[in-house]
Design a protein around this ligand. Structure first.
Ligand code: NAD
Length: 499
């Protein structure tokens, strides 16, 4: 048996999954085999679905939407199923966490924490299912009453990436279900296991057949076909800005389906001289290294006040050197493997580019050889200029670029000097500065004297080229609804044609 030094078991043979349509498992004709990026052993096999499989899934979701078996339920009954799902996640927390580790490479301790967040998503969405409401106009005169009805938009396609396979799924699925929509999910090919496991848990919780369907396979075939599908009413896509753009074209060229997009980021973290520098340095180290920097909201641009810049960089360097990179099953590990070979090459390419472009390397800058798997040291570049590639492009790895500023205006200008606007963080003890900068930096999520804080109550999403729409919270349910304006006349009609 393949047992790790810390007692964790690696699978002897890859776990095989089918795909899930209309409440039943289906065998694939062809398979994709996933190798653990930390251990170099095959761990899962998932079907490469065909376009016909996708059509069957969309048809099942359409039937389940039209027959009212889900949309027609009282919110309280939808909520009960979401709460039972939360219980199911609690029971299977260790199993889900293990497959996240094996497919993604993230530390087991982190994966467990993410599942706790997912449980909270189902609980918050259950509340939202009961509280969702429209509006009324009682001011249209005595003869007319106006109602705004919120109705589920219909069949939703959901495409998710590999960096937080289960977390990103659960920041969307319960809210989509709360709205009354049905859905077809296409997870990233390399991290499909936990999206499939969720099908089992939802079924056990009582979700009617056809409401949650999963097709697996490559983005270029199945993802693209889902984005183009004429019978999908809305597509929620999370991933790269390039593919997000192609989803816009696919929608325009098919049925003008509504889009929710959560895309890339190049997120600033601004540190003023008056901040608690040790707290801020800890947050900066966490913000760039969490999930090996493969995180859409990772704070990849440090913008630090010049008067303390060198002191701050030295505190930060000492902290980043202490980050424990290693086997994700080791409870001491803080960051694990880089998830895909392609991403590993991309990150190392950016590190080489930073060195060539003349930025000063303060720490890291190398791959780590741990005998197996692919790992990269947390890396800090200083003296980065705005035109460098590492300053402008999303690296999606543990590579931080440091910029220096003299005035708050300059800090705001550097923070906004990007096509993205996903998230930002700010460190100061001065309330005036905190409020001014928070209101002027263009980002969908903002953290003051903290980083990556918040729960499923608050919506997430981006400004500028980081995306469209919001997920999570009440807004995250409303995204999957449309409003119908209803006018009801009382007291008889004033005739247009004289009698
Ligand atoms: P990606 O855009 O290639 O893939 C994301 C998902 O889209 C996967 O399921 C993939 O199979 C699918 N896909 C690929 N091509 C497609 C196509 N033509 N049509 C429809 N679907 C397609 O991104 P990735 O390489 O998996 O992830 C890395 C990038 O994603 C990062 O650079 C980052 O910018 C972005 N990302 C953003 C967030 C976020 O929440 N904003 C989260 C994770 C990743």
């Amino acid at each position: 048996m393949n047992i790790m030094a810390n007692g964790a078991h690696l699978p002897e043979t890859p776990r095989e999954f089918g795909f899930f349509v209309d409440g039943a498992w289906h065998a694939g004709q062809d398979w994709f085999e996933r190798t653990s990026p930390s251990h170099d052993v095959p761990v899962t096999r998932v079907p490469r679905c065909t376009k016909e499989d996708l059509d069957t899934a969309v048809a099942a979701a359409r039937r389940a939407f039209e027959d009212r078996s889900w949309a027609g339920l009282p919110g309280a009954e939808r909520a009960a199923i979401l709460l039972r799902t939360a219980e199911g996640l609690r029971r299977r927390r260790d199993e889900i966490a293990r497959w996240e580790v094996l497919e993604n490479g993230k530390p087991l301790t982190q994966a467990r924490g993410e599942i706790d967040h997912c449980i909270a998503c189902f609980e918050v969405a259950a509340g939202a299912a009961r509280l969702m409401r429209g509006d009324s106009f009682n001011n249209l005169g005595d003869n007319l009453l106006g109602l705004l009805l919120r109705e589920p938009i219909g069949v939703v396609g959901l495409i998710t990436p590999w960096n937080f396979p289960f977390l990103i799924l659960c920041e969307r699925v319960p809210f989509i279900l709360a709205s009354g929509c049905t859905l077809v999910v296409k997870p990233a090919e390399v991290t499909s296991a936990t999206t499939l496991i969720l099908a089992d848990i939802l079924t056990e919780a009582g979700l009617p057949p056809g409401v949650y369907n999963v097709v697996t396979g490559s983005g270029r075939t199945i993802g693209q076909a889902l984005a183009e599908h004429p019978d999908v009413d809305m597509l929620s896509f999370t991933g790269s800005t390039g593919v997000g753009r192609s989803c816009v074209h696919a929608s325009a060229d098919s049925n003008l389906k509504k889009l929710g997009l959560e895309l890339g980021g190049k997120n600033p973290i601004i540190v003023f001289a008056d901040a608690n520098l040790h707290d801020a340095a800890d947050a900066v180290a966490f913000g760039i290294s969490f999930n090996t920097g493969q995180c859409c909201v990772s704070s990849s641009r440090l913008i630090v006040e010049r008067s303390v810049a060198r002191e701050f960089e030295s505190i930060l360097t000492a902290k980043m050197k202490k980050i424990r990179v290693g086997d994700p099953f080791d409870p001491e590990t803080q960051i694990g493997a880089i998830t895909t070979d392609a991403q590993n090459r991309t990150i190392l390419g950016y590190i080489a580019q930073g060195k060539e472009e003349g930025a000063t390397l303060l720490c890291g800058g190398e791959a780590l050889d741990l005998g197996r798997g692919q790992f990269i040291q947390p890396t800090l570049f200083s003296d980065v200029t705005p035109s460098m590639g590492i300053a402008r492009e999303e690296i999606f790895g543990p590579v931080l670029s440091s910029f220096h500023f003299d005035t708050p205006e300059e800090a705001i200008a550097i923070a906004n000097d990007t096509v993205y606007g996903l998230a930002a963080s700010l460190w100061t003890r001065d309330l005036d500065k905190a409020l001014t900068v928070t209101r002027r930096v263009r980002a969908g999520r903002f953290w003051v004297n903290t980083i990556m804080a918040g729960g499923p109550e608050t919506p997430i999403g981006g400004f500028k080229q980081s995306g469209w729409g919001r997920e999570s919270g009440l807004l995250g349910v409303e995204e999957y609804t449309q409003v119908k304006s209803v006018h009801i006349e009382t007291g008889g009609r004033t005739h247009w044609i004289a009698s």
